[in-house]
Design a binder for this molecule. Sequence first.
Ligand code: MN
Length: 248
Amino acid sequence: MSLFAVSDLHISGSDDPLMGSVIKLLRERAASGDTVVLVGDVFDLFVGNKKVFTEKYAPLLSALDFAGRRGVVLHYVEGNHDFLIRRAFAGIPSLKVHDHDVSVEISGKRFFFAHGDTADCGDFGYRFMRFMFRSWLMRALVIAIPGTWLDWIGRMSSRYSRDAKPLLPGELPIERREKLRRIYRSYAAERMAAGYDFVVMGHCHDLDEMFFTVDGRSAQYVNIGFPRKHGSFLSWDVGDEKIQREAL
Ligand SMILES: [Mn+2]
């Protein structure tokens, strides 16, 4: 029984090579009884249940469906680029969508997966925006607005936002990177104190990991990083002491 995790691929369309990489992982690595966790921002934009997105990303959706039919357990933790997606994935019965985090237990080991966008609990501006984006008002808007408009808004905003060329932690001033790491690591340590052996996040695109000793047991925090630059995903097998990074 293996576990695999990917996030922050920001897949832009069916011609994006990262889409092929995830499909390959689902087809060639994930076997019956294995678990695959998508930890958010898998797509550059996927909001609501819109044809424009389900068609654009159809090859990955059908690879997920096929993996589920073969007995792979699938979890999708929403990110800040892919949310309100539960209905869009409702046709894949073995895939569960989670709006913030998911806990997985395999052979007595407890895993906690969250996208990571709420790790900074002092960022009230972002928390408010996240709340608004998932509110009933936003749900109603997403249903009312044609998908092609949403797609256009998404493409425009990623053209103008930092996200199109995200600043990587390696490029951040050192004190900002250290602050970011402190925030994510302490969030992870809190989850470990609550009993988790492994805490996995993404979002900040920081290829980070750290081992903690909590109540006499060892626990590991891993940040998936930014696959477009770091080219990796996570894997773990029953009996493994630690989560590994593998080339995507
Ligand atoms: Mn994110």
